[in-house]
Design a protein around this ligand. Sequence first.
Ligand SMILES: Nc1ncnc2c1ncn2[C@@H]1O[C@H](COP(=O)(O)OP(=O)(O)OP(=O)(O)O)[C@@H](O)[C@H]1O
Ligand SMILES: [Mg+2]
Length: 347
Amino acid sequence: MSEIRVERLSKRFNETAALDAVSLRFTAGSFTALLGPSGCGKTTMLRLIAGFEAPSEGRVLFGEELMADPRRQVPPEARGVGVVFQSYALWPHMDVAANVAYPLKARHVERSAIAGRVGAVLDIVGLDGFESRRIEELSGGQRQRVALARCLVADARIILFDEPLANLDMHLRASMVDAFRDIHRRTGATIVYVTHDQAEALALADRVAVMSQGKVLQAAPPQEVYRAPANATIAGFVGRGSIVAGMVMDPAEKTATVDIAGHRLIARSAGASAGPAKILLRPEALRISPEGMPATVLDSIYRGPVHEVRLALSAPGQELLIDSADALAIGQQVHVAVADAWIIPDT
Ligand SMILES: Nc1ncnc2c1ncn2[C@@H]1O[C@H](COP(=O)(O)OP(=O)(O)OP(=O)(O)O)[C@@H](O)[C@H]1O
Ligand SMILES: [Mg+2]
C-alpha cells in the first residue's frame, strides 16, 4: 500500500507541460529525492501524488490501488499521505501545540495521548518548549519545523516533502538532514523529497530522480547519478566538475582509452563507441602532479578548505576545474593527473 507508482503521468497547464509522460516507481520504504531546476515539474509531481491536482493523462497508484487517472481521483484526505509543502499551511491564530495536534484531533485520538505525541515530534524537530507559542510569533524556519512536526505526528506511510529546509540556515539544515534520516529509519515511510540542493539530495536519498522540463532524465542511487550521469544535462547539474571534449580510441565494455587535448587516459564508460565524446572529470579525481595533462592556470579562488582552480587545456575552449591545497598563480604551467573519468553516454 505504501508503494507509489506513477505511469505515463502528464499534467498540462494551458500550453505548459508541467509533467510529461513520467513513469516512476517509488518502492515501499524508499527515499527518493526529486532534483532539478526551477519549473521542471517537481512540485507538480508531488501535488499529483497527494491528490491536489488531477492528471491530464496517465495514472497514480498506491500499490495496486488506483488513486488517480484523468476521470477518477481519490480525494487527498482519503490517501493517507503526509505533506510538507513550500508554503507551510499553518493556522496563524493557533499555538504550536494546537497546530501539531490537529491531525490527531481530526482522527479523534484520545486527548490524554495527544500531548505526549505532540511533545515527541516537537522534540524531533527541535521545538521543544514552543508548545504555547503562536505561529505569528515564530520565524520562517521555526514555522517550517512546525509544519514538519504536524506531518510527522500523523504517522503517514507516505510522506511528501517540498523543499522542507528552504528557509533554514546552513547549521540548522545540517541538523535537520540528520533528523530526516532518523525519521525515515524510524517510520519506514515511503518518502519523496523535493529539493534544489543537491548535497541534501545526495546525502538523504537512496535514489535521486533528476528532472528537466517535465521529464525524469535519470533515476538511480546517488553515487550512480554522480559518478555515471546518463547525459550532459545531468552531469552539468549534479555536482561540480568539468565536461571536456575527447576522442574515444579503443572502446571496451566498461572502459575506453580517451584522448583529451593530446593526452591519453583510461575512462569509465557504458559501452561508448569510438569517436568524439564528452568526458566528465570531477575535481576530486584530478590533482596537480609532475606528469599528466599539460594546462595553464586561469583562475584560483579560495573556497573554504581548498582553492578552486580553473585550468585551460592546450586545446582551445577546454577547461578543467580542480581543487588544490595551495593557491596557484594565474598563467602558471602545470600538469594534471587524472584518477577517474566518465564518458558521458548520450550527448
Ligand atoms: N497552477 C498552475 N497554473 C499554470 N502553470 C503552472 C501551475 N503550476 C505550475 N505551473 C507551471 O508548471 C511548471 C512546473 O511547475 P512546478 O511548480 O512543478 O515546478 P518546480 O520544479 O516545483 O519549480 P520550483 O523549484 O521553482 O519550485 C512551471 O512552468 C510552472 O510555471
Ligand atoms: Mg516547486
